[in-house]
Design a binder for this molecule. Structure first.
Ligand code: FAD
Ligand code: SF4
Length: 444
């Protein structure tokens, strides 16, 4: 092994390859057939099931669980995929503890919900393992639709449009399609290149032509797409990253957490990925948790996540924060960065404690420093630039109804829109609903 957790600086190979492989293995092992039936047996198959209402894609959860219980996992998968074509990914990444499983009556009664996420994974994995694509296309409509952005919103929209018989051109600025499924989600939630496998499976519907390296605003304009296609869907996510705005932010070793995570997801040899000895992550959301946990799994000696408000205001769920703490991440709340100190490269981050004052967050005046040779900024993403002509509300594309922008013929969904919740499942729901609205508008 070339290095150790205590090697100074930002270096690769802090852990041996076997430890790295074990650290980045599946976070939760999948159910076997017997375990799945036992887990399904716990469901009460509630009438007016609260778990359905809590699911942004409104999957008929009791129905798919009943199908698993009666030995029909492929029928269960069909029930899931009817509503959520990325049901396999959502089974891995949804914060179920704040969605369906939080609403489950068994959680309410016993503090232990039916394991809906793991059951969903069992069903969708069973179907995908057979290489079966359960949907077919309707008769061709002769309509062509441009879907810009191939993340969960764009993929869900493209698939539903293709099913309805339209021809879809799916464009993305990056080299690979998938959006944050491919470049963002923590590696241990989606090992074995599942994001790509799911896309290959989804594309079996036919009628979707994928074009990578196409950037709206540079390679193509919205005006040109509106002229060429019958409708346009924008699912461009949030490509901009917020800055800290503190002294020393430009020092070596300070970078955006999303870039580090993307590099990690695209790495085919984690032993070659450099990480700091002392890592500080600034932020309180899922991106901050993922950067912190994965730094620790790569072998950083100390990793500290610092958030400016209280734990209750963090956007990462309690489950995610507990996972970070279990992985060895230290979490400090009510502190905000003041400066990054160092000599060329970062060596320390200075923070000031905060409290809620009459006019918002204020510094208490007391400061402290943390050693840091690597600093990740994870204080939120923003819309890079809104395509010309569409209105923006609160920094995101303004939409009404099922994703209609105020430009005729242009829809939008997912993180880039004002209604987005920055969750994979919400982006899928919005892409799907926009596709149905586009279909109704074009075909009547
Ligand atoms: C680090 C991280 C971890 C996360 N973990 C989770 C999780 O565990 N669970 C969960 O539910 N959610 C998670 N999320 C949130 C989730 O990934 C997003 O809510 C979801 O991906 C949004 O989907 P989207 O399709 O709207 O956008 P994206 O997934 O961001 O996709 C947008 C696509 O548009 C492309 N694009 C952008 N601009 C242009 C342009 N001008 N021209 C052409 N293409 C363009 C991008 O390249 C990208 O492929 C995480 C987010 C991050 C950042
Ligand atoms: S709320 Fe829980 S018990 Fe009731 S149907 Fe949903 S998963 Fe089953």
């Amino acid at each position: 092994m070339a290095n150790a957790p205590t090697t100074p600086g930002i270096v690769p190979a802090r852990l041996d390859p076997e430890t790295l492989a074990a650290n980045f293995a599946d976070l939760e092992p999948p159910f076997g057939a017997h375990e799945a039936v036992v887990a399904a047996d716990r469901c009460y198959f509630c009438h007016d099931a609260p778990c359905i209402t809590a699911c942004p894609t409104e999957i008929d959860i009791p129905l798919f669980i009943r199908q698993i219980q009666t030995g029909q996992p492929e029928a269960a998968a069909r029930t899931i995929l009817d509503q959520n074509i990325l049901g396999g990914m959502c089974a891995r990444v949804c914060p179920t503890e704040t969605l369906c499983e939080e609403a489950c009556v068994r959680e309410f009664a016993e503090g232990k919900p039916v394991e809906i996420g793991r059951l969903q994974r069992y069903a969708t994995d069973t179907l995908m393992a057979r290489g079966v694509h359960p949907f077919t296309r309707a008769a061709p409509t002769g309509k062509r639709i441009a879907v810009v952005g191939a993340g969960p919103a764009g993929l869900a929209c493209a698939h539903r449009l293709a099913m309805r018989g339209h021809d879809v051109v799916l464009m993305d600025a990056r080299d690979r399609i998938g959006g944050l499924n491919e470049y963002g989600i923590a590696a241990y939630k989606t090992p074995d290149d599942f994001a790509q496998a799911e896309i290959d499976w989804l594309m079996k519907i036919g009628g979707i032509a994928a074009r990578t390296g196409v950037r709206l605003g540079e390679t193509v304009t919205l005006e040109a797409l509106r002229a060429e296609y019958d409708a346009v869907f924008l699912g461009i996510g949030l490509a901009g990253v917020n800055a800290l705005g503190v002294e020393g932010e430009a020092r070596d070793g300070v970078r955006d957490a999303v870039d580090f995570i993307a590099e990690l997801r695209q790495s085919d040899d984690l032993a070659r990925l450099p990480v700091g000895r002392h890592v500080v992550v600034i932020g309180g959301g899922m991106t901050a948790v993922d950067a912190a946990v994965q730094s620790k799994l790569l072998g950083a000696e100390t990793v500290t996540m610092v958030y400016r408000r209280g734990r209750d205001r963090m956007s990462a769920s309690g489950h995610e924060l507990d996972h970070a703490a279990t992985a060895g991440v230290r979490i400090i709340t009510n502190a905000q960065p003041v400066a990054v100190h160092g000599n060329g490269a970062a060596q320390e981050v200075e923070f000031s404690y905060t409290r809620d004052g009459g006019e918002g967050l204020e510094s208490t005046g007391e400061t402290f420093r943390l050693r840091a040779d690597q600093v990740f900024k994870a204080i939120g993403q923003s819309l890079d630039t809104a395509p010309r002509g569409v209105s923006v509300a609160k920094g995101k594309i303004a939409v009404a109804g099922a994703g209609r922008t105020d430009l005729p013929g242009v829809w939008a969904g997912g993180d880039c829109t004002a209604g987005g919740e920055d969750l994979t499942v919400t982006a899928v729901a919005q892409g799907r609903d926009a596709a149905e609205d586009i279909h109704k508008t074009l075909i009547g």
